[in-house]
Design a protein around this ligand. Structure first.
Ligand SMILES: NC(=O)c1ccc[n+]([C@@H]2O[C@H](COP(=O)([O-])OP(=O)(O)OC[C@H]3O[C@@H](n4cnc5c(N)ncnc54)[C@H](OP(=O)(O)O)[C@@H]3O)[C@@H](O)[C@H]2O)c1
Length: 238
């Protein structure tokens, strides 16, 4: 299915996977909504996209802020008339023993990785229903299906995001709304507190690999839904 002139909202678009995806979709002529907290990065991405001849609206705020999410969805629908696809990509990790996790750490991870996904889905779905369909792609992690020592907080948030997605899929399939989940292994992004291109991350997937994969899911024919996609670098055990 062609992405051209489709309205696509990407959370976590200021860097990493979200930024790379925005550039791939811009090249294909999508109308983009870009969400993150870093205004300078979003402004520079918008300028790059507009130079390519595509449209981008930026929304600066946290996915955990209910009013911000409502205003963002309202503004996207006002600008582009609809919302064809929502990519819930914003997320981060804190890796510590459970006994060393503060309540603030717990809340910040769940607010972003779980509540952010929920809020954007809840606000976007009524618009997708009235348009006769839509596509939600939630960027989880392979640790939505396995755990490791030090991962109690991050893994449990990704399990929760995944369980939410699986139940949501059952709820909205009859409305022709696709719900896809991407389970990824290591990706060379700022997520690991290193810059993209850091030699320690040389064997990881790239943001471009992820952007191309998400685009493949988005471009599936209308009658096809890729419910789940697991992806790893060949260097990582699975
Ligand atoms: N990198 C990996 O190895 C890996 C593996 C599996 C899954 N993932 C998942 O992939 C997704 C994207 O991560 P990435 O690797 O691209 O990391 P990244 O380079 O750190 O990018 C994360 C993005 O999320 C945004 N973000 C974080 N908290 C936010 C909030 N509260 N509100 C709005 N935006 C927020 C950040 O923007 P601002 O800081 O500007 O808000 C940034 O644009 C995450 O969900 C992550 O869990 C990553």
């Amino acid at each position: 299915m062609s992405i051209k002139n489709k309205s696509v909202l990407i959370t976590g678009a200021s860097k990493g996977i979200g930024r790379a995806l925005a550039l791939v979709l811009a090249k294909k002529g999508a109308n983009l909504g870009l969400v993150a907290r870093s205004e300078i990065e979003l402004l520079s991405l918008k300028a790059e996209i507009e130079l390519m001849g595509a449209k981008a609206e930026i929304f600066v705020g946290s996915v955990a802020n209910e009013d911000f999410v409502k205003e963002t969805i309202h503004a996207i629908v006002k600008s582009y008339g609809k919302i064809d696809a929502l990519i819930n990509n914003a997320g981060f990790g804190i890796f510590r023993k459970a006994t060393e996790i503060s309540t603030a750490d717990w809340d910040s991870i769940y607010d972003t990785n779980v509540k952010g996904t929920f809020l954007f889905c809840r606000e976007a779905i009524p618009h997708m229903k009235s348009a006769g369909g839509g596509h939600i792609i939630n960027i989880a992690s392979d640790v939505a299906k396995r755990v490791f020592d030090g991962g109690s907080l991050y893994c449990s948030s990704k399990y929760a995001q995944d369980a939410f997605s699986m139940a949501l899929r059952k709820e909205v399939r009859k409305d022709a709304i696709k719900v896809s989940v991407v389970y990824s292994g290591l990706v060379d992004t700022y997520f690991h507190n290193k810059s993209e291109g850091d030699p320690h991350q040389a064997k990881y997937l790239t943001s471009q690999d992820m952007a191309d994969t998400i685009t493949y899911i988005l471009e599936a024919p209308k009658h096809v839904v890729i419910d789940e996609l697991m992806i790893h670098p060949i260097s990582q055990d699975y």
